[in-house]
Design a protein around this ligand. Structure first.
Ligand code: FAD
Length: 387
């Protein structure tokens, strides 16, 4: 189904993108500060304030269907909106279209029954609660290989008891509930676990190179954590399939936001090289700098095209197993190159807290590892293509 913006044609979408750009420039970027970048409590307070303004501006939850208060955009349109939102570190969270809750909402929309949607999805949409998605475990548990999952779920009458250990869980600190993957007798199953369930414990916020991650990256222990039969999301035994279903749009959405973020680093570096001089010429007039600018635009353009192509396939309901993996590998490496060149063009300023470039550079690096490490995607793609 087409959204109002899409029914009104390209002009309405361009107008929406311009409004998001203005919001990011005038509201979200001025709220950025290195002092809060890794302070989970301060980030929550800041984002709560920004969301009030995003609602007033009519830009809140653009990814959701209109029935859930969103803008009902298709994936191709969303790609452009998320790129604009992603220029700001706080833009996606302000619009409530940041990871991990954007894919968490999508998962609840797809798999949740009406009671689960009312209890868990509605507060996420309103921004009254936060959630996290807990799959990764310390060795010898699941990392790149989800079949190594060791968190257990055992039946106790009509209830379930979960035991396990999770790490690097984005948004886990202060999350109101977690979507937890655990191994049951019937196979890997996805559970909704409220954070105040006895036995659910956030051990720590694992320090991470990234900044501005709402809820940090948590280590979580589940010890005799008992939940009701209604905690199962979807069907028991289908957890790994659901994790894949969540990951495909999740990694493409990361591509969309990070194209915006890398564009911001490039814009900042371009402004620098047009002003800074060295040995009697502007940096922008030096061929080696010009090559870095050109290569970065080529990387962003190719990233956009791959992302839009995959988004178009999703709009048509086609499988994107292969295309989302190719887009993830290419875009994650391209935005790393763009951010790295931006640092290089700016010298020490590019590594300082005085400009956003160093944080963009730090943020881009993990994208080659999460949502499936690039080596894993290459191995899977090659296996499929050679079969
Ligand atoms: C910033 C960040 C946020 C994250 N958020 C979440 C979250 O919200 N929820 C969650 O569950 N997890 C999260 N993770 C964890 C992430 O999903 C894992 O880091 C990822 O799946 C890789 O697992 P691992 O770190 O255990 O690496 P390992 O499995 O130990 O792999 C290490 C390296 O080995 C290589 N490798 C592994 N397997 C292969 C293979 N088959 N072929 C070739 N090379 C291979 C890759 O280079 C890989 O980087 C996050 C990680 C980061 C960095």
């Amino acid at each position: 189904m087409q959204s109002k913006q899409e029914r009104n044609g390209g002009d309405a979408l361009q107008d929406l993108c311009a409004r998001v750009r203005r919001f990011v420039d005038e509201v979200a970027i001025p709220a950025e500060s290195p002092a809060i970048a890794r302070d989970v409590a301060a980030l929550d307070r800041c984002v709560a304030r920004l969301r009030v303004q995003a609602r007033e501006a009519g830009l809140y939850t653009p990814q959701l269907p209109e029935a859930w208060g969103g803008l009902g955009l298709g994936w191709r349109s969303l790609a452009q909106v998320l790129e604009e939102a992603g220029r700001g570190f706080l833009g996606p969270a302000a619009l409530n279209c940041a990871a991990p809750d954007q894919p968490n909402m999508l998962t609840l929309l797809r798999l949740g029954n009406p009671e689960q949607q009312e209890r868990f999805l509605a507060p996420l949409v309103q921004g009254a609660q936060r959630a996290c998605f807990a799959m990764t475990e310390p060795a010898p548990g699941a990392g790149s290989d989800p079949s190594m999952l060791r968190t257990r779920a055992e039946r106790r009458g009509a209830r379930w008891v979960l035991n396990g250990h999770k790490q690097f869980i984005s948004g886990g600190v202060g999350a109101d509930f977690a979507l937890v993957l655990a191994r049951a007798e019937s196979g890997v199953t996805l559970f909704l676990v409220p954070a105040d369930t006895p036995g659910y414990r956030v051990v720590r916020d694992i320090g991470m190179v990234t900044g501005y991650q709402i809820g940090g990256h948590a280590e979580i222990v589940l010890q005799d954590c008992e939940v009701g039969g209604d905690a199962v999301l979807g069907e028991p035994g289908h957890g790994l399939e659901y994790a894949q279903l969540r990951l495909e749009p999740a990694r493409l959405s990361h591509c969309m936001r990070y194209i915006g973020r890398a564009r911001r680093a490039l814009e900042t570096a371009q402004a620098y090289v047009t002003q800074r001089e060295s040995f009697g010429s502007r940096l922008a007039d030096l061929q080696q700098i010009q090559a870095m600018v050109a290569d970065s635009h080529i990387d962003l353009h190719a990233s956009r095209l791959m992302t839009l192509d995959c988004a178009g396939r999703m709009d048509e309901g086609l499988s994107v197993k292969q295309h989302s993996a190719m887009a993830k590998v290419f875009v994650s490496e391209a935005v790393n190159r763009v951010a790295d060149r931006a640092v290089q063009m700016m010298g020490a300023s590019g590594l300082s807290d005085d400009t956003p470039v160093s944080m963009v550079w730090q943020e881009m690096r993990p994208f080659r590892i999460y949502d499936g490490a690039n080596e894993l995607h290459r191995a899977t793609l090659a296996r499929r293509l050679l079969a």
